[in-house]
Design a protein around this ligand. Structure first.
Ligand SMILES: Nc1ccn([C@@H]2O[C@H](COP(=O)(O)OP(=O)(O)OP(=O)(O)O)[C@@H](O)[C@H]2O)c(=O)n1
Ligand SMILES: [Mg+2]
Length: 399
């Protein structure tokens, strides 16, 4: 099979491929970019696999960077855009289920493709658009199937993260995981414990943000993978509830974590603990706390001005979307109007500063902070107008 209209991302890389081939080596586009092109999806990074060894690649180009030379990866910068080129390789015995003991460079494309995870990810494309399909990946793409290349147990023993990748792709692509592959995930789920949480987290979030999360969630649940994820040892109920939500669409990482902690009914302390166990950044943790507080407010019809203000526009939108997802009738425009109508969106919007307070005779220190906080709250609650004279009058009356 040949792709007639090659996306520009590949077109731009053709001179590189041609240089490698002119020197007598092979070069192919591989991995996600080939898969996504065939699915008519936008492509992210263009990866190139070659029979040339890293040192040979470096001799062919003027500007290269050793981005991962011990794995055979060299970045070629000759044409402005950087292209990662990796030498065909096989990986011998994996002792720790996550990285090969050693990488062996080989000259054969077939050797390289057969150690890849799924048939849809083991397609290669020549620079002229010709597709090399050694494992019926095209058929699986057509039928919407995630199937391990060769023996699934071997693939998951090589890298246990691939089990999470399977459920992630199922949900991103709305694909079904093939039976033997599913069975191997179920019998190897425990190996996930060997994998760094950070890597699991990336796949987990991608799974929940996919276009068909119920697809991935079903296998995540039925294979028992969830048991080996932080805080989800007893997560069956949660996953079941998530899966049953109609139109489950989560637009951001914060939405993912907020719906999780809401359904798990975690308090503030437990929420922090849960999110930290998943190695989330403080930024995500703070935003999740805000969105979750607002979500509770919306669900209980108790979203007041102060909660709107503390939540902020972005996390408030997330909370509103989630409330709708959870079955609450939400008037989104009324909610946004409530937010927009706030006299101030941040403390800095107050028409009075510490300087003004000092000029009015307030001593700097805790008293001043307390007074400013009081003013902030009153302005947000519309008990004071955010206008210098009025605020100063309040200061004079309350200092
Ligand atoms: N655990 C893994 C990770 C990657 N790969 C191979 O390396 C390619 C590139 O990996 P990566 O960029 O992580 O995934 P993509 O399939 O490209 O998906 P994405 O669009 O998310 O980048 C994959 O297609 C697959 O052939 C693999 O076999 N096993
Ligand atoms: Mg990729």
């Amino acid at each position: 099979m040949k792709i007639e209209k090659i996306p520009t991302e590949f077109e731009q890389a053709r001179p590189i491929m041609q240089t490698i081939e002119a020197a007598g080596y092979e070069a192919y586009f591989v991995g996600g970019s080939v898969r996504d092109t065939l699915l008519h999806k936008p492509i992210h990074d263009v990866d190139i696999a070659t029979s040339a060894f890293p040192e040979e690649v470096k001799q062919l180009f003027h500007k290269t960077v050793d981005t991962g030379i011990e794995h055979g990866t060299v970045m070629i910068l000759d044409h402005g855009i950087g292209y990662e080129t990796t030498t065909f390789r096989t990986e011998s015995t994996y002792q720790d289920y996550r990285r090969p003991d050693s990488v062996t460079f080989v000259r054969s494309l077939a050797e390289d493709l057969k150690r890849r995870d799924f048939t849809i990810n083991a397609l290669a494309m020549h620079e002229d658009g010709e597709i090399i399909d050694l494992f019926s990946g095209l058929q699986d793409l057509d039928n919407g199937v995630i199937r391990a290349v060769g023996n699934p147990e071997e693939r998951f023993n090589e890298d246990a993260l691939r089990m999470m990748r399977a459920v992630r792709f199922a949900s991103q692509l709305n694909f079904t995981i093939e039976t033997k592959t599913t069975a191997a995930i179920a019998s190897h789920a425990e190996l996930l414990e060997k994998i760094a949480i950070e890597r699991i987290q990336v796949e987990f979030v991608k799974m929940l943000m996919g276009q068909a999360p119920q697809m991935g969630l079903t296998d995540f649940l039925e294979t028992g993978l969830y048991r080996y994820c932080p805080g989800l040892a007893d997560g069956q109920d949660l996953i079941e509830r998530l899966r049953r939500l109609d139109h489950l669409q989560l637009a951001s990482e914060v939405a993912v974590w907020t719906v999780m902690v809401y359904l798990l009914d975690l308090d503030h302390v437990k929420t922090t603990k849960f999110l930290k166990a998943w190695k989330n950044s403080n930024q995500i943790i703070d935003a999740t706390h805000r969105a979750n507080a607002a979500l509770h407010g919306i669900m209980q019809d108790s979203l007041d001005n102060w909660l709107c203000y503390e939540t902020g526009e972005e996390d408030l939108m997330t909370a509103a979307d989630l409330a709708a997802l959870l079955g609450k009738t939400v008037d989104q425009s009324a909610l946004m109007a409530q937010y927009q109508a706030l006299q101030i969106k941040a403390k800095g919007d107050l028409e009075i500063t510490g300087q003004d307070l000092m000029a009015a005779g307030v001593q700097p220190g805790p008293m001043m902070g307390k007074l400013l906080a009081q003013i902030e709250r009153k302005v947000v609650n519309n008990e004071l107008t955010n206008e210098k004279e009025q605020l100063l009058r309040f200061v004079r009356d309350n200092k």
